[in-house]
Design a protein around this ligand. Structure first.
Ligand SMILES: [Zn+2]
Length: 273
């Protein structure tokens, strides 16, 4: 891997923040990395494009300040939304696996330190030989529909005026439909009938796959679980249409997540049905 890395181009992160130059992911050459004194840091093999090998790594803390000479370390969530789809996918892949390495340094079976293998796509325990693979955590996110209205909720951490689709982690043993039904009953007291899969989106913060659905509500009385969400309300087509067309920021008006978010796409798909 060291030989390939010498010729490769490396996507670098600083504590999860990607290096960006001219609005795109910035790749460093091995020479640039050597000038930063980076060696012995776990490197992830991303793949080949023609003869060119691509890698990713999370910089050691003492190399971050100097690496900023090559670009800007940008907020990872905002960057995901601002990049073209192909670049966002590469970033999600790299960040998902690097996040996994950062929090899975020890064998979950016996507790011994595990070692990186297969270009970063696996860890092996030298003590008990268990193999560990990067994980993905499925999350259901759903737009609840009742006739000409949809249900949106807001968390206390959202900017003022912002509402979004309800969401939650799937539990072991659940189908997607069961997870959607359970989350809606828990968070908003809404019972649902049919569930339709619409689209999905990797969300590597730290390792989620968002599974986007539409769900038909069987009633419209809301009972909010205030631990999970602050408020949930029904919104009509006109309110959703105008919110999709304007940026967040006016606390007096309904705001929804930007176009890059799957919640936005679930609302748009409903309007276009
Ligand atoms: Zn072990």
């Amino acid at each position: 891997m060291e030989a390939a890395r010498a010729e490769g181009r490396v996507l670098v992160f600083a504590q999860g923040k990607p290096l960006i130059r001219d609005g795109a992911l910035a790749y460093l050459t091995s020479r640039a990395l050597q000038s930063l004194g980076v060696s012995g840091v776990p490197v992830l093999f991303l793949g080949l494009s023609g003869e060119q090998a691509y890698f990713a790594l999370d910089l050691p803390v003492d190399a971050i300040a100097e690496a900023a000479a090559f670009g800007v370390f940008a907020d990872q969530r905002l960057t995901m939304g601002g990049l073209p789809a192909a670049e966002a996918a590469i970033m999600a892949e790299a960040l998902g696996v690097l996040n996994w390495h950062a929090s899975h340094k020890f064998c979950a079976r016996c507790g011994a330190p595990s070692a990186i293998a297969e270009g970063g796509w696996k860890r092996i325990c030298p003590s008990c030989e268990t193999e560990h693979f990067p994980r993905t955590d499925p999350v259901v996110i759903m737009l609840v529909i009742r006739g000409e209205r949809v249900l949106l909720g807001r968390k206390g951490s959202f900017p003022p005026g912002m509402f979004s689709c309800l969401a939650g982690f799937m539990e072991p043993g659940e189908t997607i439909e069961e997870a959607v039904a359970r989350e809606l009953l828990e968070e908003a007291g809404i019972a649902i009938g049919a569930v339709r899969y619409v689209a999905s989106q990797p969300w590597p913060f730290p390792s989620s796959l968002m599974i986007g659905c539409h769900a038909d509500a069987l009633g419209d009385e809301i009972r909010v679980d205030e631990i999970e969400i602050e408020e949930a309300r029904w919104f009509g087509r006109d309110e959703i249409r105008s919110a999709l067309g304007r940026p967040l920021g006016d606390p007096a008006m309904l705001g929804v997540p930007p176009k890059s978010a799957i919640a936005h796409q679930l609302m748009r798909a409903w309007l276009e049905e």
